[in-house]
Design a protein around this ligand. Structure first.
Ligand code: SF4
Length: 475
């Protein structure tokens, strides 16, 4: 018997990936391949690469594979653009049985030619998928020859679905981004600009924000107000040219470390751009991140303006947060998200709202992120890496979670259990970053926790404040 559901226990081979604060040392097995048969919630390599690259707004995103892989489009990655809209189309070579037998290189060549002729993009990203890995099409050669023919960059994304997990896809996307950054840097150097003389001494690159619901714009506006120009965002609302100019920044700040840590390391190594880890999820982390970036740049005026902005925005939102806290204090939350930075910030954010976190896990968290989670979590909190639905269900029910924060794959699980759900994933349409986002988040938690629907699913009673009380979910 593989699944834990029948036994009520996780599969034995998964024990080292599951911990409980207070009962063990703060180490978890993580960063490893998923256990075969355990129904991991992780996505494939291609999906990981697409998540990172798709927000590049003026690129052609061409999926070399069967049509099913191309279903991953803008619709499930709601990054906003201030200009180009090409990224909202998903193109596919639609490989069929015949191509599997005879190869798909000719079809790919024709697809690139047609797309370049029709859309005149500055760059084409060609994603490899599982079947391409099986039949062995030479993407690099096809892209190289198309690049010469059209005099633009046509870049293969080495994202064969089965060749690892989502985290390997992040790395494949970072390799592509690095290629684009390096070509821009080379061009500047050839034009006589040396690395440091071409730098803007206050400009920053913002890594690991995909401008979901305009979140990168909120953060960019904060920085603009305090006098720090945001050079490029990776990759929310970015363009080919803006990525090529990334080498001009003095500092990289990185929010989603899971997807961007590799790129940040490469940029430090090759261009000498240091990196600061930040988070704009929740009031505490937002204020702390603004302060640290200002302090790093070492400009007194910037530090002073940052303090002013923090004081003004905090004053605006704190009464609202206090009121939500009063209403929600003592509720219990479970968290299952993609990366560690978000999980850490959410634990802090729930603390601000008086909500206890009883379970927290990630798909691709890193060792040091799990150590931080062990430090932050309350005694008894379940902490788990690369969980499966059976484990999520078991711990949510056992710990009496009232709410699950997760992504599109966790939503049905929460609803089946009669547990409230918050979408903190790519397809949401409202911003959860910065001071504004903290209020949106609190409002959304409140709305879902006290939705009248629970009256029908759990047999609850109307509360005086208009909400409903309810019993524990059963399953
Ligand atoms: S690349 Fe493979 S695993 Fe990923 S969506 Fe396509 S077929 Fe599925």
């Amino acid at each position: 018997m593989r699944a834990g559901k029948e036994t009520g226990m996780p599969i034995a081979e998964r024990f080292e990936s599951i911990g409980r604060k207070g009962r063990q040392k703060k180490t978890l097995r993580c960063g490893a391949d998923s256990l075969a048969g355990s129904v991991s919630q992780r996505a494939c390599v291609y999906c990981g690469a697409r998540v990172v690259l798709n927000p590049v707004t003026d690129a052609v995103h061409l999926v070399h594979g069967p049509i099913g892989c191309a279903v991953y489009t803008w619709d499930i990655r709601g990054s906003l653009s201030s200009d180009a809209e090409l990224y909202r189309s998903s193109f596919s070579t639609d490989l069929k049985e015949r191509d599997v037998v005879f190869g798909g290189e000719e079809k790919l060549t024709r697809a690139i030619d047609q797309l370049v002729e029709k859309y005149h993009p500055p760059v084409v990203f060609v994603y490899s998928t599982c079947i391409v890995g099986v039949i062995g099409d030479d993407l690099e050669a096809v892209c190289k020859s198309a690049s010469r023919r059209h005099a633009i960059e046509v870049i293969p994304v080495e994202s064969t679905g089965f060749s690892g997990n989502k985290a390997d896809g992040y790395r494949a996307a970072c390799d592509v981004l690095m290629r684009v950054i390096a070509s821009g840097q080379r061009e500047r150097e050839e034009a006589g600009e040396s690395g440091s003389s071409s730098r803007d001494e206050l400009a920053i690159n913002y890594l690991g924000d995909f401008n979901l619901a305009g979140e990168a714009w909120i953060i960019r506006d904060y920085f603009r107000e305090i006098g720090i120009p945001v050079n490029t965002v990776f990759t929310g609302d970015s363009t080919y040219e803006s990525i090529r100019g990334a080498g001009r920044a003095r500092l990289n700040i990185m929010q989603c470390a899971g997807s961007m840590n590799y790129l940040a390391g490469k940029m430090e190594e090759q261009f000498g751009i240091p990196c600061l880890q930040v988070s704009f999820v929740g009031l505490t982390d937002t204020a702390d991140s603004l302060r640290r970036v200002a302090a790093f740049l070492g400009d007194e005026k910037i530090c002073w303006r940052a303090e002013e902005l923090i004081a003004r925005e905090s004053e605006k939102v704190k009464p609202l947060i206090r009121e939500y806290r009063r209403k929600m204090k003592g509720k219990k939350a479970a968290i299952y998200v993609g990366g560690g930075f978000k999980a850490i910030s959410l634990v802090r954010q729930f603390g601000e709202l008086g909500i206890d976190v009883v379970m927290v896990g990630t798909q691709t968290g890193r060792k040091e992120e799990y150590e931080t989670l062990f430090d932050l979590a309350s005694e008894g909190t379940v902490i788990l890496d690369d969980a499966n639905p059976s484990e999520l269900e078991k711990f949510m029910v056992e710990e009496g979670a009232d709410l699950l924060v997760g992504g599109v794959k966790e939503r049905p699980l929460a609803y089946k259990l009669g547990v409230a759900f918050i979408d903190h994933n790519h397809d949401r349409k409202h911003p959860l970053s910065g001071f504004t986002g903290a209020v949106n988040f609190a409002g959304e938690v409140y709305t879902t926790l006290f939705s009248p629907v629970w009256k029908f699913t759990r047999g609850g009673e109307v509360w005086e404040n208009g909400g409903y009380s309810y019993g524990r979910a059963s399953c």
